[in-house]
Design a protein around this ligand. Structure first.
Ligand SMILES: [Zn+2]
Length: 321
């Protein structure tokens, strides 16, 4: 398709034209998209990282904002790695207003940690006050442009992506990554999510983004390849849901170990069996393998060790490297 002549194509040029900075974060924290030159609506940031990284997030934002106060804060979805810094940011900039996807309204006003799933995942969080909602079909002003709000259920039922049509830039959250597919959480707890994730990929394809600012990893322009890889992964999971359970369990165990550094193997296996969000996966495997729940947990840790993701030393397990 022909390129719009007035739109710069290199990611750095596009980001500059949009007044956006992508702060690529390590695991536990999602990326932050910062709009320092906020125009009439003030400086804004999309997603705020994990709660234990609050100090680091604040330092990064102070630097990116170069003395401007934060006026607006948005979340693509309310997973702990995307909204964990909300409370710290609102303490630092009390005049800032926070808006989250509208689907969460029943769980944030009043605050409902159970409904938000933080307990189910056994992840830390700090409650925060929500001032408004992102409604699919509306736009939100970021920098000097209007960004469209689109619903992208699948990974999370209420997640949204933000799309700037003139540059065709997409803030994708966890709906599209360059190389991997995020866990389809509803499927993990026995609800439908694969069809929704498929439709989210179709929607993103229809937007024809040129540049994607994902929730994790670097900005990328190879959108057709990323969509194709995500679809392949999704089809494989749909064909063998137990594989999705395994993938999700590995990812959540890894996240848990990144947070807690080292764990006795026994404690880690117990965590797998007892963490509510994994109950369905554990039951499904225990049933299909003629093994018990602990057998599945042991197998999960064995595989992570065999694959070099974690190392085991005198009964303790920790991340490799
Ligand atoms: Zn997520």
């Amino acid at each position: 398709m022909p390129a719009d002549p007035d739109v710069p194509s290199a990611p750095a040029d596009t980001l500059r034209a949009l007044g956006a900075q992508l702060l690529v974060r390590g695991w536990l924290s999602a990326n932050n998209v910062v709009f320092a030159g906020g125009g009439e609506t003030g400086a804004a940031v999309v997603d705020s990282g994990y709660v234990t990284h609050g100090t680091q997030t604040l330092a990064l934002l102070e630097h990116a904002l170069a003395g401007q106060p934060l006026a607006r804060l948005y979340n693509t979805h309310l997973h702990s790695d995307h909204c964990g810094g909300n409370a710290a940011l609102l303490r630092r900039w009390p005049q800032a207003r926070l808006a989250v996807p509208a689907g969460y309204a029943p769980h944030v006003q009043p605050w409902d940690a159970q409904g938000l799933g933080f307990h189910a995942m056994d992840q830390q969080f700090e409650p925060f006050e929500v001032h408004g909602f992102l409604r699919p079909g509306d736009t939100v002003r970021l920098g000097r442009r209007d960004w469209e709000i689109h619903a992208t259920p699948g990974h999370d039922p209420h997640a949204v992506v933000l799309f700037e049509p003139s540059s065709r830039t997409l803030i994708s959250g966890d709906a599209l990554w360059e190389q991997r597919l995020a866990i389809i959480f509803p499927e993990l707890v026995g609800e439908a999510g694969f069809d929704e994730a498929q439709r989210a990929l179709d929607l993103i394809e229809g937007l024809r983004p040129r540049l994607v600012l994902p929730g994790h990893g670097d900005a990328f322009t190879g959108v057709p390849a990323a969509l194709a890889a995500s679809r392949r992964r999704l089809e494989a999971f749909r064909a063998a849901p137990l594989k999705h359970h395994q993938y999700a369990t590995r990812a959540l165990v890894t996240y848990h170990l990144l947070e807690h550094r080292a764990q006795p193997r026994e404690a880690l296996q117990r965590w797998i069996v007892q963490t509510p969000v994994l109950r369905h996966a554990v039951d499904a495997h225990a049933g299909s393998h003629a093994g018990d729940a602990l057998g599945f947990a042991r197998e999960t840790v064995d595989r992570l060790v065999a694959d070099g993701v974690v190392v085991e030393d005198r009964g303790w397990v920790r991340m490799a490297g």
